[in-house]
Ligand binder design. Structure first.
Ligand code: ADP
Length: 259
């Protein structure tokens, strides 16, 4: 029975992983298609603009290629190696991508500490997490609003957020001025395949993937949301020196709020 249970859990993990990758891949293809489409429309316009859109498309394609490489390395059972990441650098490097994803009517505000503690994570997964959060925020804001990305060094007591271990964390928050969540949605938001979006729009995998990423990085994720006001999702990622070995968690539904 033990082995059977393990097998079921393994299949669940594979399902979640595959779905998550499809979700990311789709986001990247949207960037490629969008870039090529814009370039096509600007063909008779300034050469600089056409080149700009093509460069964006190229970047999306490069990301997609990196993702499939990671998938292949996973299939070969090569572990993803976390690395020391400077959050300020990583988020700054995403500003173009974020502007493009959010459109002109959503303002991006960043408050990234120069003294932000370095973290120990897979940088591509962190980028995907932030991109996923930005897409959710865009959907919640229906076109206009402000997306804010901020970092803060925090020292947490055990279980202060979710089932986090006591220690030093970088709190990376992505907030929006969108529709917010009901209590029921907040509680279920991390469940794989839970979505309130129409068929074809939502997969319900974004937040469950982020939940998995945070836990596998030895951290946590929490949601604060107020209906009609907005939502902030915060990732708590262990400070490099405090980086813990990979911790495997079952994916329980856990909308964790902060104290
Ligand atoms: P998807 O976005 O594909 O639906 P997610 O797992 O990312 O899947 O999100 C699950 C649900 O959580 C969404 O359908 C939505 O109802 C809610 N949600 C996620 N992010 C936000 C947000 N920023 N504001 C309001 N609701 C959100």
């Amino acid at each position: 029975a033990e082995a059977q249970l393990r097998q079921v859990q393994k299949m669940e993990a594979v399902g979640q992983l595959t779905g998550g990758i499809a979700h990311d891949f789709n986001n990247m293809l949207a960037v490629v298609v969008g870039g090529i489409d814009l370039a096509k429309r600007r063909l008779s316009g300034p050469r600089k603009e056409v080149l700009h859109h093509l460069t964006n498309a190229m970047e999306g394609a490069t990301r997609a290629a990196a993702l499939t490489r990671r998938l292949l390395s996973f299939a070969r059972s090569e572990p993803l190696l976390p690395e020391r990441v400077d959050s300020r650098e990583l988020v700054s490097g995403m500003s173009e991508l974020l502007d493009r994803t959010l459109g002109e009517r959503i303002k991006v505000q960043t408050r990234l500490g120069t003294d932000a503690w370095p973290i120990f994570v897979d940088s591509h997964q962190l980028e995907n997490a932030i991109l996923n959060l930005a897409v959710n925020a865009r959907d919640a804001m229906e076109g206009t609003g402000t997306l804010s990305i901020s970092t803060e060094n925090v020292t947490l007591a055990a279980n202060q957020v979710g089932d986090v271990r006591a220690g030093e964390y970088l709190k990376l928050s992505v907030g929006d001025t969108g529709c917010g969540m009901t209590e029921e949605v907040r509680e279920r938001a991390f469940e794989p395949f839970f979505t309130t979006k129409p068929v074809g729009k939502g997969t319900g995998l974004g937040l469950s993937q982020i939940f998995g990423f945070a836990h596998q990085s030895g951290g946590e994720v929490g949601i604060e949301s107020e209906l009609g006001k907005g939502t902030t999702v915060s990732l708590y990622l262990p400070r490099t020196e405090a980086a813990a070995p990979v911790r495997l968690h079952s994916q329980t539904a856990g909308g964790q709020s902060e104290p």
